[in-house]
Design a protein around this ligand. Structure first.
Ligand code: URA
Length: 210
């Protein structure tokens, strides 16, 4: 993956994203759509995973058949909204290892502060896909990637549903080696760090909180 940003413009992704943006969409609908779109985005972000071959017998004959090479990939959910994407990717790649990063924003410094970090072992030998639906200011995403690199990861990709120009620029400056795959590059963020036109608070919409 050579581009820093890939916007997946597949018609199914765009259609489902419109339904998710609509404020009339129910919590159950939002969750289901997020799972479905995530699978389509995951298809794109894993496109260049290396393959090797294994010898198998079909009912007809022997063959050297393609199979994924190397260690199982690691999915890392950036809490809490990342969990809504995790389920979708895990349905597609059930053997993936899973980690979690929890960050909150310090109200005085506005800097992200870590409250939880748990990653699978051997990160340095795995493709690591960090998931968070909203790449808004990019501060917590960049901090999460910092933590993953400190833990040894050196092949990281970032999967989100919506990205803002500000978030993409922040990630490019902090982590130019981390490709981003998203369903949309939206217009901007507002003063409170929400993406416009966006879809509101992704965590609240998927968990039915306010
Ligand atoms: N997080 C959200 O849930 N929504 C935004 O618009 C920005 C960050």
């Amino acid at each position: 993956m050579t581009d820093h940003l890939t916007v997946v413009d597949h018609p199914l992704v765009q259609h489902k994203l419109t339904l998710m943006r609509d404020k009339g969409t129910s919590t159950a609908g939002f969750r289901r759509l997020l799972r479905e779109i995530t699978q389509l985005l995951a298809y794109e972000i894993t496109r260049e995973m290396p393959l090797t071959t294994t010898n198998i017998e079909t009912p007809m004959e022997e063959m050297e058949a393609p199979i994924l090479a190397g260690k199982k990939l690691a999915l890392v959910s950036i809490l809490r909204a990342g969990n809504g994407m995790l389920d979708g990717v895990l349905e597609l790649i059930p053997s993936a290892r899973v980690g979690f990063v929890g960050l909150y924003r310090d109200e005085e410094t506005l800097e992200p502060v870590q409250y939880y970090f748990k990653a699978p072992e051997g990160l340095k030998d795995r493709l690591v896909i960090a998931v968070d639906p909203m790449l808004a200011t990019g501060n917590s995403s960049a901090a999460a990637v910092d933590l993953l690199k400190e833990a040894g990861a050196n092949n990281i990709r970032f999967l989100c549903l919506l990205a803002s120009p500000e978030g993409v620029a922040r990630m490019k400056q902090a982590h130019p080696d981390v490709p981003i795959v998203t369903a949309s590059l939206d217009r901007e963020i507002n003063a409170k760090g929400y993406i416009l036109p966006g879809l509101g608070d992704a965590g609240d919409r998927m968990f039915g909180t306010k």
